[in-house]
Design a protein around this ligand. Sequence first.
Ligand code: BG6
Length: 486
Amino acid sequence: MNTGFPADFMWGGATAATQVEGGWNEGGKGLDTGDCRSADPATPRAQRRERPFKEMTTERMKAAIACEDTGIYPFRWGSDQYHRWEEDLDLFAEMSMKVYRMSVSWARIFPNGDDAEPNAEGLAYYRKVMEGCKKRGIKVFLTMLHYSIPVHLLEEYGGWTNRKMVDLYVRYAKTLYENFGDLVDYWLPFNEMNAGRFAPFSGAALIRHEGENFDQVVHQALHHEFLASALAIKLGHEMMPDSKFGCMIARFCHYAGTCSPEDQLQRQHDEQYTNWFYTDVMARGAYPSYMDRYFALKGIEIAKDPDDDKILREGTADFISFSYYFTQVSTVNTAWEKTDGNLVVASKNPYLPTSEWGWQEDPTGLRITLNQLYDRYQKPLFVSEFGLGATDVLEEDGAVHDEYRIAYLRNHIAAMREAVIDGVDLFGCTIWGIIDLVSNGTIEMTKRYGVIYVDADDAGEGTFDRYKKDSFYWYKHCIETNGEVL
Ligand code: BG6
């Protein structure tokens, strides 16, 4: 029986290029869809959860490209890691981090996405960062695409709605293998494969148009992403025989609201349609039969080429990763109280505490999730994101006393340890937003996840200097005791 974390457990932190990097128009980088998401710092929190704030329109997109939008574009500066990456890596090393989950920006490597040659400056930049990790004894977990795509791909081809994207993505993947194959330890072709369904623009660069069956659009785009992922994994395995490839979803753990059979059935459907579908395709290599009825119900017909089933079968993931932030209730009662959650508005669980942003904290749900996933797939698991978004206060002496974050991390890591003792093959975890970065959902800096504070506000004002929060020292100790002292 396992008694705790394995000796080689991968303790780490995660970021995404769009949210942390900045330098949006430097080093030959092209404009990407993240650069076009604007927010007025004065927008109240309640409005940031609504569809008009979250979704993109063709008009806003045009204004953003022409820089005519009246808002500001926080993803254009992020946390300025583009200029401060060495300092960030030094802090990660000081924390004894074993792995850094970072992403590369497609538009920094291919500014338009379909350029004849990659951008040498972009490649050199990422090579420096990855070599910097290696020099400090930190492994690289590379998310090849964390949401944003070059704007040109959206304008010219309609983004993921077009099958042409599959070839362009595979070409991009090949460039990554050729240039970083010697530096990357774990590859992840796509961040959160289910995000496009719940956050169409930020997750998959999809714009809703009047009169179309948007469910059809989303699932066709998703099919293209599945193919791109499978082909990239197959190619990666061929080019780098020892490489390890993962898949990832935003994992939504559901509890039935009551023990009525109707609520139980609703829970089963919610689990299938929001979670299992995605990992079944990427880990088992085929569309599950339960989706046929769902597709019929929603009027969805996926256009597939004759070889597509074979492609999915041949490109399955070696390990499964997921983001975990909250759990929710499944019920047929439409009057059930609602609260916010990652990417979705969720039915509220009266037994759980709620964060400032309405996300329900549930460490036990993480243990349940790990057991469910391992039971179903028997593949190694990696928690690629977890963490608490909260308002922090930078004291005059440079300290940040974030005991609430420490409590959150402690409880979730304790739950992971229980899952390992349950027999789950969990080989690592990366705290989301290990350094403060711009929130994906609400486009603000105020919602901080980091154990490292970045002195910048929602309008991008500040020094961008880094400060160690109390949680920095706590996590360092956790890593150095391999999760024994929490
Ligand atoms: C995940 C995304 O869904 O949640 C991240 O992969 C995101 O990009 C994270 O930042 C937290 O969500 P938010 O909306 O609080 O930034």
